[in-house]
Design a protein around this ligand. Structure first.
Ligand code: PGA
Length: 257
């Protein structure tokens, strides 16, 4: 964390879990476990689209609302899709884009990820752009090369001013939901490489401002070491964000002054 230049973001990714009726009891427990002032740390919950209304009714000052996906179309004849305007109307301030599960299961290509980023930025919603290598890519020493490619493809054509508003989450695929976390050093190495890439492409001022998160089996036990790294500005947390007590520990760590 480097709170001098950037805020910290602790974002939960509920994926396809929990029910809308569970939002309220979850928040009650979470609120009881986190500090009244979160000192430069934004807490975000990215819930399924069906849970957004329940979360927006809670009007939490300390917990911002996030979605997990939007359509890459603006509006119109796209049965089953949900637009950026729709989630914005409910009060969503963040939205995950390019999660590896969507890239693998739903055909989100680099072009689609780029289109979604553009729409979100136009609508004033902060994108949380996910990038991450497979185990095979890591074993073949292709991690930095592949991550650089993914970041460049996703940010293609954005202005430096837009890039500044994107949150990037480094999520090695082999660490997601597996209980196998990247070591502090492995995570820092890639997050640093992303910042270096941003510096080369957009300049030092922009690269210093972009929040870079780590995601992949981050939990109450390992969060302190990861968040202590200079280029890791928070976490995108799946499994551990479903347990209010565990998620609260991570928020408390991110809220340290
Ligand atoms: P995990 O998921 O914390 O359960 O590994 C992280 C993510 O996929 O965002």
């Amino acid at each position: 964390m480097n709170k001098k230049y950037r805020k910290v973001i602790i974002a939960g990714n509920w994926k396809m879990n929990m029910l809308p009726s569970q939002v309220r009891p979850f928040l009650d427990e979470l609120r009881a476990g986190i500090p009244a002032a979160t000192h430069g740390c934004s807490v975000v919950l990215c819930v399924p689209a069906t849970h957004l209304a329940a979360l927006s009714r809670e009007k939490s000052r300390r917990i911002a609302m996030g979605a997990q996906n939007i359509s890459h179309f603006d509006k119109g004849a796209h049965t089953g899709e949900i637009s950026a305007d729709m989630i914005a109307d409910l009060g969503a301030r963040y939205c995950i884009v390019g999660h590896s599960e969507r890239r693998a299961d739903n055909g989100d290509t680099d072009e689609i990820v780029n289109a979604k980023l553009r729409i979100l930025l136009e609508k004033g919603i902060t994108p949380i752009l996910c990038v991450g290598e497979s185990l095979e890519q890591r074993d073949r020493d292709l991690t930095i090369e592949f991550i650089s490619y993914q970041v460049k493809a996703a940010l293609y054509g954005l202005t430096p001013d837009q890039v500044k508003k994107v949150v990037i989450a480094y999520e090695p695929i082999w660490a997601i939901g597996t209980g196998r976390t990247a070591t502090d050093e492995q995570a820092q190495e890639v997050c640093f490489a992303i910042r270096e890439l941003l510096r080369r492409e957009y300049g030092a001022l922009i690269s210093r401002k972009v929040c870079i998160l780590y995601g992949g089996s981050m939990n109450a036990k390992n969060c302190a070491g990861l968040l202590a790294q200079p280029d890791i500005d928070g976490g995108l947390i799946g499994g551990a964000s479903l347990k209010p007590a565990d998620f609260a520990v991570i928020v408390r760590e991110g809220s340290r002054e």
